[in-house]
Design a protein around this ligand. Structure first.
Ligand code: SF4
Length: 67
């Protein structure tokens, strides 16, 4: 899983996506992890696979404990 504070070779620092409700974590066969932005399916302003780290984003919505 992504760390909100740091990345590593296979999991780059994701920035805001780390705790965004719209982020879906994808794991490749090689063990790399990346973010698929679910907002991209309904809003063309958002990239399906945003370049990480995302430092500013108008779609960002922080996850709560129930999500
Ligand atoms: S809305 Fe922004 S912060 Fe949230 S997953 Fe998409 S790109 Fe990341």
């Amino acid at each position: 899983m992504f760390s909100a504070k740091e990345g590593n070779k296979n999991s780059p620092y994701p920035g805001l996506c780390a705790d965004c409700v719209h982020a879906r974590i994808i794991k490749s066969d090689r063990g790399s992890m990346f973010v698929q932005c679910q907002l991209s399916f309904t809003d063309a302003r958002f990239e399906k696979y945003p370049r990480l780290p995302v430092v500013t984003c108008t779609g960002y919505a922080r996850k709560t404990c129930k999500e």
